[in-house]
Design a protein around this ligand. Structure first.
Ligand SMILES: Nc1ncnc2c1ncn2[C@@H]1O[C@H](COP(=O)(O)OP(=O)(O)OP(=O)(O)O)[C@@H](O)[C@H]1O
Ligand SMILES: [Mg+2]
Length: 266
């Protein structure tokens, strides 16, 4: 079966700065994959490049259900079924969630009856009914906003959901709820790519593959056990195993050291 997402040799740079350096990744339909990687390794950039952020100079290939993505506009990519959930979902005061979803659903090519039907059904499934007449994401708690993102995507019936740090800033119960919402969204016509720093969200859902991203590339892929290994040994263990140079950490100075340091030659 053709994959939901297939990325080959993807490179992205801004000016002279290379960020993605030949990334390969495949997410089959029906599967949930997670990318883990240290700060600055290029995880969010991968999402931005796939959705079509114009700041990046891009080469390589990326397809959604075998259709090339990189030559399409942002709007075309969204209509094709590529949707992203954000770490900090935008609040839209004055626009009720139901009206917003009707507009978005019609843009996605659903009839208004179909979209109203989907809104009611998915709102029940993700416990969002009481938020339908409130403004989009306005005054929702962090966990409610993340659930709302997944609800909105479920209504719009994407082929690929990208969830960038969907678990950050959430308490333990909210992490579990959001993980359960992701798992509930799983279906054979959908691929899910989630980015996370913590293996704790992976305890509440069943990712099919974990990919480790270092310095703009996927350097290792494996089953859920890879997340536990990362939690125990950190990224340096993977760097050492793969013979990747370990970057020296910035020297952390204690406040007391700063006081005793002599800043100038005197
Ligand atoms: N528009 C840009 N201009 C310059 N540098 C950029 C731009 N976008 C991203 N970068 C750089 O690319 C690198 C990767 O950033 P990215 O946001 O993808 O990291 P990340 O893996 O998502 O990290 P985090 O875990 O902290 O969210 C960083 O060093 C960042 O500063
Ligand atoms: Mg990021």
């Amino acid at each position: 079966m053709k994959p939901a997402l297939k990325i080959h040799d993807l490179a992205a740079s801004v000016g002279e700065t290379e960020i993605l350096k030949g990334l390969d990744l495949e997410v089959p339909f029906g599967e949930i994959h997670a990318i883990m990687g240290p700060n600055g390794s290029g995880k969010s950039t991968t999402c931005h490049v796939l959705t079509g952020h114009p700041v990046y100079e891009v080469s390589g290939t990326a397809t959604l259900a075998d259709v090339d993505l990189l030559d399409k506009s942002i709007e075309e990519r969204a209509r094709m079924g590529l949707l992203q959930g954000f770490q900090y979902p935008t609040e839209i005061p004055g626009v009720p969630l139901r009206d917003f979803m009707v507009e978005a659903g019609e843009e996605r090519g659903l009839s208004s009856e179909e979209v109203l039907d989907r809104i009611e059904r998915e709102a029940k499934r993700f416990d969002m009914t009481r938020f339908l007449d409130r403004a989009v994401n306005n005054d929702l708690s962090g966990g409610e906003k993340k659930r709302s993102e997944i609800f909105q995507m479920a209504v719009l019936d994407p082929k690929l959901m990208m969830l960038d740090e969907i678990d950050s800033g959430l308490d333990i119960d909210a992490v579990r709820q959001v993980a359960e919402a992701v798992e509930a969204a799983r279906k054979p016509e959908l691929g899910v790519l989630m980015i996370t720093h913590y293996s704790r969200i992976l305890a509440y859902l069943s990712p099919d593959r974990i990919h480790v991203m270092l310095d703009g590339r996927i350097v290792e892929s494996g089953g859920p056990e890879l997340a536990d290994e990362l939690e125990d040994a950190g990224y340096d263990a993977i760097r050492e195993r793969l013979g990747i140079e370990v970057k020296p950490k910035a020297v952390q100075k204690r406040p007391a050291d700063l006081l005793t340091d002599t800043p100038f030659d005197v």
